[in-house]
Every structure is written in structure tokens, then in C-alpha cells.
Design a protein around this ligand. Structure first.
Ligand SMILES: C[S@@+](CC[C@H](N)C(=O)[O-])C[C@H]1O[C@@H](n2cnc3c(N)ncnc32)[C@H](O)[C@@H]1O
Length: 261
């Protein structure tokens, strides 16, 4: 696909600078197959799909004709060999005609867009079928133990996300909203994926794949993680939450929105 670089475009395209921090994303944030199955079901029988904010290609169906849209060169570089072609553009200005695709999708990205409303309107415009959004419900983000340790993380995280009602209102038509259970051994390393593996959140390499941490006060984060390390060493964490180490799934804030016309 031929492209003229849009030099006037703001960079980074969203609230996280993947040119500076994106290395290692593909290793830390692999698509979890159980979540992928839900995204795939949402796409229905679409043959042609645009995946916006595609990153390294997580959740992109391999058996459909996909065009990816990804504004970060560092993220495009992490797409595996054979992945769908990736266009250097933003959600807010999709370089496609109306109704170009059977379906549009966006996974774990809309909270980063400069103008999520405009971006969602663009997804609706270029899809003649469903628009499938995998996101987090800001009203449900803080319903687990990490909030007891680092409340500041949730204070800065929730405002990044549109509410599920806002998403549905912008997409129009009929929306099906499903809570997405997070498996205990989830291989996509978003923060909530570690609900039953608390030690992992003490690992800076794990947190580096999670954009949330950069927005919270660094001293508050350090203090909260120190408290977590202390409670893990003393057994206090296990006394309160140890059942989560074997709880097969956790229904937290992950949501799938499938909007049809
Ligand atoms: C957390 S990553 C998610 C990537 C992938 N969809 C996934 O599920 O792993 C967020 C992606 O959104 C992209 N992004 C940020 N702002 C964007 C915008 N305005 N338009 C399109 N993509 C954007 C980033 O470059 C990044 O690749």
C-alpha cells in the first residue's frame, strides 16, 4: 500500500510514546488465545477487517483479509513476519473510503488516542459491519487488590478511558457488551492479567509493557510496590488474597463491545 508520510501529524499519536518505550512490547503483550477467540467471534463472518491501533498485531485474525493501522514505527517493526500490512496512520484520520471493510476492530488502544470519539466515528465510517472494541471499563478498574496498594495508579488510569456507555453512544446502532474473563495464566501482560500472580507486578520489565504506570506519581508507585513486596514476604497478601493464586479466571474491567448498525 503506497503512502505519503503525514509530517504534520502530532507525534506520538496517542498518550504513550512507543518510539521511546515500545521495545519489548511484542514479548510482554502477546495475544491471549481465550481473549482472541472472543474478539474473533465478535467479527462474525467478516472477510475484510481493519485493525486500528494494531501495535504488534495482537488479536489480529490470521484467517481474514486484514489491514492494520499503526502510527508507531517501533510497533510496526515488531509485527511478526507474514502479518497483515500496516498503514502508518491514526484512528482519527483513517485513509479509507466509507464502508471499505466488512468489520473494524481496535484492541486495548482507544484509551491512548488523542480523540477517541473522532477515532470511533472513523471506525464506524469505514466498516459496513461490526465495530469490535476490546477495552477496559473505567468504572470497574479499581475493583481488585492492587487498588489497596497503589490507589494513585487507578486515579490516573480511569480518566484515560471512555465509559462503555460513551463508546456505545458514539458507535450508534445496537451494541453487545460482554465482560471478558481474564484467565489466571493470561499471556497478554496487561495489569489486571496478574490478579493471581502478584510477584510479577514487582518486576520492572513486566510493568514496562503496561502504559498505566507512567502516569501515576513515581514516589506513590514506589511506596505502594514496597508495601506489596513487604506483604508478600510476610504472608499478609496470601492471607487476604491467596485464593486468587488458583482462581482460574477473574472478571474485572475488560470488556468487549460489538456494535452493529
Ligand atoms: C497498548 S497498544 C495495543 C496494541 C494492540 N492493539 C494490542 O492489542 O496489543 C496501543 C497501540 O495504540 C497505538 N495508538 C496510539 N494512539 C493512536 C491513535 N491515535 N491512532 C491509532 N493508534 C494509536 C499505539 O501506537 C499502540 O501501538
Amino acid at each position: 500500500m503506497e503512502q505519503t508520510p503525514d509530517t504534520a501529524r502530532p507525534r506520538p499519536a496517542g498518550d504513550t510514546d512507543y518510539e521511546a518505550t515500545g521495545d519489548g512490547y511484542a514479548a510482554a503483550r502477546r495475544p491471549d488465545p481465550r481473549i482472541a477467540a472472543r474478539v474473533d467471534a465478535g467479527l462474525g463472518d467478516a472477510r475484510t477487517v481493519v485493525n486500528v491501533g494494531a501495535g504488534a498485531g495482537s488479536y489480529e485474525p490470521a484467517d481474514r483479509d486484514v489491514v492494520a493501522v499503526e502510527p508507531s514505527a517501533r510497533m510496526r517493526a515488531q509485527r511478526p513476519p507474514g502479518a497483515a500490512p500496516a498503514v502508518d496512520a491514526t484512528a482519527e484520520d483513517l485513509p479509507f473510503d466509507d464502508d471499505t471493510f466488512d468489520a473494524a476492530m481496535a484492541t486495548v488502544t482507544i484509551h491512548q488516542w488523542r480523540d477517541w470519539e473522532r477515532g470511533l466515528r472513523e471506525l464506524r465510517r469505514v466498516s459496513r459491519g461490526p465495530v469490535v472494541i476490546l477495552t477496559f471499563d473505567p468504572d470497574a478498574l479499581d475493583g481488585w487488590w492492587l487498588h489497596d496498594y497503589v490507589p494513585e495508579l487507578f486515579g490516573t488510569e480511569a480518566p484515560r478511558y471512555p465509559t462503555i456507555d460513551e463508546i456505545c453512544a458514539v458507535l450508534g446502532g445496537t451494541s453487545e457488551i460482554s465482560p471478558v474473563p481474564v484467565p489466571l495464566d493470561c499471556i497478554d501482560g496487561f495489569v489486571e492479567a496478574y490478579y493471581g500472580r502478584p510477584e510479577a507486578l514487582l518486576d520492572p520489565a513486566v510493568r514496562a509493557g503496561q502504559s498505566a504506570w507512567q502516569f501515576a506519581d513515581a514516589d506513590a508507585v514506589a511506596a505502594g510496590l514496597d508495601r506489596l513486596a513487604h506483604d508478600l514476604a510476610s504472608g499478609d497478601w496470601d492471607a487476604r488474597h491467596g485464593h486468587l493464586r488458583t482462581q482460574p479466571e477473574f472478571v474485572g474491567a475488560v470488556r468487549l463491545v460489538v456494535a452493529t448498525t
